[in-house]
Design a binder for this molecule. Structure first.
Ligand code: HEM
Length: 139
């Protein structure tokens, strides 16, 4: 496998792992109110996302964009996935930073309020990131 697709695979794995981390973090706070586990997993998800951003930028700079090769209705489904993924990925950055900031400042009331918006959007971005990878490289 050449460098471009390997980096894309790495990025998809980072996306998937982030998704699993934040989902488990959400479950920890919802089910058992286990703050320590919630904190640890969210911070892990955040770190993985930072690594992802660096790795993603590296791939784009080195190899450019990849194009979807199929025609017809499936192409529109792909564009829907891609466009919602990209727009919400940009929205996620300030949301995650704000959510994290409030948690680290122990302003948990405000943290919870914004986090209920941040979490589903962030999870959507992780899942669709993996789906975009699959559509481009495995489909
Ligand atoms: C960006 C990362 C984070 C996200 C997306 C996030 C997400 C969430 C969500 C969705 C809830 C609300 C669950 C609900 O009741 O529906 C929550 C609650 C909470 N989170 Fe986070 N969290 C993050 C980081 C942290 C960190 C680093 C801490 C550190 C201690 C933390 C501590 C808490 C606490 C104590 C609550 C309960 C708040 C309350 O019910 O008053 N979170 N978080």
């Amino acid at each position: 496998m050449s460098m471009g697709p390997s980096l894309a695979l790495l990025n998809a794995c980072l996306n998937a792992t982030t998704g699993v981390c934040i989902f488990l973090a959400w479950r920890a706070i919802r089910a058992g109110r286990v703050v320590a586990v919630h904190r640890r997993l969210m911070l892990t998800g955040f770190t993985l996302s930072c690594v992802f951003l660096v790795s993603y930028a590296t791939r784009i700079v080195m190899f450019g964009n990849t194009h979807f090769r199929h025609e017809g209705a499936i192409r529109y489904a792909y564009y829907f996935l891609l466009i919602t993924h990209v727009i919400l990925a940009m929205v996620t950055v300030p949301l995650v930073l704000r959510t994290l900031f409030l948690a680290l400042k122990q302003r948990f009331e405000e943290h919870r309020r914004i986090a209920r918006i941040t979490f589903p959007i962030w999870l959507y971005v992780c899942v669709t990131g993996v789906l975009v990878y699959l559509a481009l490289y495995q489909f």
